[in-house]
Design a protein around this ligand. Structure first.
Ligand SMILES: [Zn+2]
Length: 210
């Protein structure tokens, strides 16, 4: 399977294409590829049996497509763990490296890597690493949807460089317990231990808690 096909399946999966149809337009936006090119590739993936199309609704993954999408994503996340935990790269820098490595990883290498890392359950950003066909749902709440006074635990952050860089400048980590101190039009003030941290709402929307 080509790198490009793998990227499409992964994006369709990340858009929720395992459970509901997603539009070509959303795929085109995320990949930054023109609509006609996306349509071309969608045709190929349909012929290959990786996706199916529901008229007027969009495309979704077939069981075969799901297996492929999860495989690519799992390899991506395993490499992220390796790069952070064993090579000491910053968590904001590993996404781009993993984007490349995920496509050149054989099943054999994936297995060795997984064993070497001792079957990690999460990537450095808190995304669950799903094995085989077991799909794990993460029902976390975005931090901007939590009420004042609530105490929550940071479970996952979106893998976006500027967000990750910002979080690195604060004292926040995955697994931290925080309290929502105040919310106004633009900001959310949270407290970790005794320290207050101000987050703009846009950033808080990309931090997931439980
Ligand atoms: Zn990650």
């Amino acid at each position: 399977m080509t790198k490009s096909k793998q990227d499409y399946l992964k994006v369709i999966y990340e858009l929720g294409g395992n459970n509901k149809p997603v539009s070509n337009k959303d795929v085109s936006n995320i990949l930054g590829i023109s609509a006609p090119s996306v349509t071309e590739m969608i045709k190929k993936l349909l012929i290959d049996g990786y996706i199916e199309s529901t008229p007027y609704k969009g495309i979704s993954l077939t069981p075969k497509g799901l297996v492929e999408a999860m495989k690519v994503l799992r390899r991506h996340l395993l490499w992220e763990v390796f790069l952070v935990d064993h090579l000491g790269l910053n968590w904001e820098d590993v996404h781009d490296e993993a984007e490349k490595l995920e496509h050149v990883t054989s099943s054999k290498l994936e297995k060795s890597l997984d064993e070497y890392l001792n079957h990690p359950r999460f990537c450095p950003h808190g995304t669950v690493i799903s094995y085989e066909d077991e799909e794990v749902k993460q029902n976390y709440k975005a931090l901007n949807k939590v009420a004042i006074g609530m105490k929550v635990i940071i479970k996952r952050v979106k893998d976006k460089r500027d967000l990750l860089r910002f979080i690195s400048t604060t004292n926040l980590n995955i697994g931290d317990e925080i309290e929502i101190v105040n919310i106004d039009n633009e900001n959310i003030i949270i407290k970790k231990n005794k320290e207050n941290i101000i987050l703009i709402k846009e950033k808080a929307a990309m931090i997931f808690v439980e």
